[in-house]
Design a protein around this ligand. Structure first.
Ligand SMILES: [Zn+2]
Length: 493
């Protein structure tokens, strides 16, 4: 006889005393299911035909194998095996007419308690009100909740849409960008006609159009150590959808100091991470990553690319965790790091422990306030990266290229970017390979380095100057400036 865990799926739980899993003894899968059915006659009708055969719409798994490919009900059990009952479900939310018994929500409030919701609101949120875990009380919590989204980009866009749809009463957005055509591949909050408009203006219209009951508060600023505590203070939950390390550490430290949960999401090419950091109940982001990676090591989405649907899923997971925190339902991702790989379509989960020596969230934390995050992350920022580096303007470069002694052009972008567009006669050396391939450049030559927007090329130029190159400059504004000011036939991206 082995002891196995039997997992009861949600649709059948009301026939099994409401429990999600049971520990039962038996020698085979069939024996354990038999014991389960005898103890729960209501469940028995759902699992077995009157003749005692398993119903065809119920699939039984032993661990991750379908028992039909094992020895069916005669499959022997080992200690610790997990037997899962997987019924077919139609999907979607039940319609109002089909939602009576047996899934009648428990503890649902009487109609008089719904008085504070208008008829339209009751209709709008009906699929929530049918869930006992939400109901009228939960919907009120959502309406009273204030959520701040830091970043209205790839992660913030889907999160904001679902939080507004769910009926979150106030959504604050921190962002200062305008909508760019290259955003629309993933930032589903915006439409083509929004290109060029401030993101927050477009977002406010879209979200309040989706749900007039949601108040959208735009914070059109860069989040800094000076303004972060004031901006975050009024909100219950902070959703971290930033795309850079200085802001990530800033959001973490500010939420630790303000004793608020931060719902973390990050994306890179085909991979995503999600967690909930709440130093009152678990670890913080710094417990996981005490220090940021060197700025050169991790390129941004603009440089590395990102699969458009990836932030959709990660942002929706963040919205899910936010709604659960507001409702006080389920098990949050506090202390767990969820890893998602879109290419293999696999989720993994890792434990995150609270660091007893964490500088910000441990009892003897050495850091009592916010710090200089760009300096902490070694990020000098675009302005400083370019500062002091010799530049050439696009118009000047064009006349130099037409001259008798044209400069040698070095393109430090990635091969995929080169394929989109490049300058004639240029030599491709991705920035990461520059140190190894520097011999391909003649030290005496006149060199102009370019990239997409002028940041990477400025860093590469500084690197070459430090190596002793005498005549090396960066193309100011990169290929995008070239396209705007010299050659409109070059595509911008
Ligand atoms: Zn910590």
């Amino acid at each position: 006889m082995a002891k196995a865990t039997v997992k009861i799926p949600t649709p059948l739980r009301s026939f099994a005393g409401g429990v999600a899993e049971l520990s039962l003894e038996g020698g085979t899968v069939g024996a354990v299911l038999g014991t389960l059915a005898e103890a729960n006659p209501a469940l028995k009708r759902h699992l077995f035909t009157p003749e005692g055969r398993l119903r065809s719409f119920v699939t039984i798994y032993l661990n991750d194998e379908d028992i039909r490919f094992l020895e069916r009900e005669a499959t022997p059990l080992k200690e610790g095996d997990v037997v899962s009952i997987v019924p077919a479900v139609a999907g979607g939310a039940p319609s109002a007419s089909s939602a009576a018994s047996p899934g009648r929500p428990r503890g649902r409030e009487s109609p008089s308690a719904t008085g504070t919701f208008s008829r339209d609101e009751l209709r709008r949120y009906s699929r929530h009100l049918l869930l006992s875990e939400v109901g009228v009380a939960g919907q009120k919590k959502l309406r009273q909740a204030k959520v701040l989204l830091v970043g209205a980009g790839g992660l913030g866009a889907p999160a904001a849409l679902y939080l507004a749809a769910a009926g979150v009463g106030e959504i604050g957005l921190v962002d200062f960008d305008s909508v760019d055509l290259s955003n629309l591949q993933r930032q589903v909050l915006y439409s083509t006609r929004d290109v060029g408009r401030p993101k927050l203006m477009a977002a406010k219209e879209r979200l309040e159009g989706l749900n007039p009951g949601t108040r959208v508060v735009p914070h059109e600023v860069r989040l800094t150590s000076e303004n972060a505590l004031d901006i975050l203070a009024p909100y219950d939950v902070v959703v971290d959808g930033t795309d850079n390390f200085p802001t990530r550490y800033l959001v973490n430290d500010a939420t630790v100091l303000l004793k608020k949960p931060s719902v973390y999401g990050s994306i890179y090419r085909f991979e995503g991470q999600v967690s909930v950091f709440d130093a009152r109940h678990g670890p913080c982001y710094r417990c996981l990553y005490p220090e940021p990676p060197p700025p050169d090591l991790v390129p941004s989405c603009a440089e590395a690319g990102v699969l458009g649907v990836l932030p959709g899923l990660v942002g929706v997971l963040q919205a899910t965790e936010t709604v659960k925190l507001i409702l006080g339902q389920g098990d949050s991702l506090v202390g767990r790091l969820l890893l998602y790989d879109a290419l293999t379509l696999k989720f993994r989960e890792l434990k995150i422990r609270k660091n007893p020596h964490c500088v910000i969230c441990s009892p003897h934390a050495s850091q009592k306030g916010l710090i200089d995050y760009p300096a902490f992350c070694g990020v000098t920022g675009a302005a400083t990266a370019i500062e002091g580096v010799p530049q050439v303007e696009p118009e000047a470069l064009r006349s130099e290229l037409d001259s008798e002694e044209p400069p040698f052009l070095v393109d430090v972008r990635e091969p995929g970017e080169w394929a989109i567009a490049h300058l004639p006669g240029a030599h491709l050396i991705p920035k990461g390979e520059l140190a190894d391939r520097v011999d391909e450049l003649t030290r005496a030559a006149k060199v102009v380095v370019y990239c997409r927007s002028g940041i990477r090329s400025a860093e590469a130029t500084r690197f070459l100057l430090d190596l002793g190159f005498a005549n090396v400059r960066t193309l100011h504004g990169g290929l995008n400036a070239w396209a705007q000011r010299v050659d409109p036939s070059v595509p911008q991206y």
